[in-house]
Design a binder for this molecule. Structure first.
Ligand code: HAM
Length: 418
């Protein structure tokens, strides 16, 4: 076949998809314990939502969005992230009236035109949680705690929580100026991308992975020395809150995140087992996002975790995904006369929540038994002339080879015990 999936997107095949279901089940339970309600949002939105919400000067908006004109000539964008959509939906449906909080979560595919590599795809999946309406540091601590708890329940090891504050519109201009002064002095050693960032978004230079830029960024003025009193107190209280809950974290003054809406808290959770794309989770506070998309003031804090990456790390670390879905019983016809009865029996088993498979072709008894062995089923049910006549089934344990006849009426009870 000459048509393949586009570059950077992948099919999640049955051998992997059951692991996704497990991660989502654990996630949904954890969200419920933290009182977060699930939402489902559209995969595409008006382009403006992201250009204004995520920020014109971000890599996402500048070069990674899948944007097109629809047949009504409106500019539409496949969502590159969920936060802007969550806030839009909360405002549109009045989910968070002044003075109250809304705790919401969603999961699904996001789209970014990035250079594909291990753990980085053009269609990838995020688990996203947002806590709206609460300006205080306790909400930030709750969000970090929620993300860490999901990973703890999934059994992930070797994770590191990295924390920073990126200030607010009151203190950031001063910090921006201090950074510009510093980077101007080292202009000749900055990479071409960072030279471009000087005017548009000098904070992003702190995040550059090029060695020279990194060295210059290490010596740059620290955001911690430029926070206003409010941001400094908030940052302090977030740290105290995390310590109260017993979370280990480390501060990184160079953590700025790739989205422009952040104010105050920014954090990431990194895995030591992921190589270059090592962030399994990123988030922070965004107190001005609602206003930037034309809404009233609505503080918020949240995170998104990469589902593809979570499964990748869990596989690498040998974490459990619960029980893999497996056929319990394979129903086999000993001769052609019993074939119709196998379908009736398989259906009866399935109606009673016993997972059953039956050979739908016209294969010989031997071939059916071989297929049963290869199917991974624990049991084979054999129907032949004698069984049909006496209303019996022959049940064979494929692991031990033990075999016995029993009345059909007892079969379901027997299988349920195993
Ligand atoms: P983000 O850091 O852009 O933040 O993405 C969050 C997570 O999504 C990353 O840590 C990573 O695990 C996963 N991810 C991102 N891009 C890719 C990709 N191309 N392939 C595979 N996985 C990827 C956000 O999206 C913010 N909306 C997070 C947030 C929620 N902030 C506040 N609330």
């Amino acid at each position: 076949m000459d048509i393949k999936a586009p570059r950077g997107v992948r099919d999640i095949l049955p051998e992997e998809s059951w692991k996704w279901s497990y991660v989502l089940k654990v996630t949904a339970e954890t969200m419920a314990d933290f009182n977060y309600a699930e939402m489902h949002l559209p995969l595409f939105e008006h382009t403006e939502l992201f250009s204004r919400g995520v920020g014109e000067a971000t890599d996402i908006v500048e070069k990674e969005m899948y944007t097109f004109l629809d047949r009504g000539s409106r500019s539409i964008t496949l969502r590159p992230e969920a936060t802007a959509g969550m806030v839009r939906a909360a405002l549109e449906h009045g989910l968070c009236s002044p003075g109250t909080a809304a705790r919401l979560w969603c999961w699904g595919p996001m789209f970014r035109y990035e250079r594909p590599q291990k753990g980085r795809y053009r269609q990838f999946y995020q688990i996203d949680a947002e806590c709206l309406g609460l300006p205080g540091p306790m909400a930030d601590v709750e969000i970090v705690a929620l993300s860490v708890e999901i990973f703890r329940r999934l059994g992930l090891k070797n994770l590191e929580v990295v924390l920073n504050s990126v200030g607010c519109p009151a203190c950031r201009p001063l910090y921006r100026r201090a950074l510009l002064e510093h980077f101007s002095r080292h202009k000749e050693r900055l990479c071409a991308t960072c030279l471009g960032r000087m005017e548009r978004n000098p904070l992003r230079i702190l995040d550059c992975k090029q060695t020279d830029c990194g060295l210059i960024a290490d010596e740059a003025p620290s955001v911690h020395d430029h926070l206003c009193d409010e941001c400094r107190d908030h940052f302090q209280e977030v740290q105290e809150g995390l310590e109260r809950l017993g979370f280990a974290y480390h501060l990184d003054k160079r953590l700025v995140r790739g989205l422009d809406y952040y104010t105050k808290t920014a954090y990431e959770i990194l895995s030591g087992d992921l190589g270059a794309q090592n962030a399994v989770c990123g988030g922070g506070r965004y107190d001005n996002l609602a206003e930037s998309i034309g809404g009233p003031s609505l503080p918020g804090v949240g995170f998104a975790a990469g589902l593809d990456r979570i499964v990748l790390v869990m596989e690498q670390q040998g974490c459990s995904f619960g029980r893999s879905p497996q056929t319990q019983v394979y129903v086999v016809a000993q001769d052609p006369e019993a074939r119709a009865a196998t379908q009736v029996l398989a259906h009866e088993l399935r109606r009673n929540r016993v997972s059953a498979e039956q050979d739908s072709g016209n294969r010989s008894f031997k071939a059916q038994m071989k297929a049963a062995g290869a199917s991974g089923a624990a049991w084979v049910c054999i129907l032949g002339p004698e069984e049909l006549q006496k209303d019996l089934v022959t049940l064979k344990n494929l692991e031990t080879g033990e075999q016995a006849s029993l009345p059909k009426a007892e079969l379901i009870e027997r299988l349920r015990q195993n």
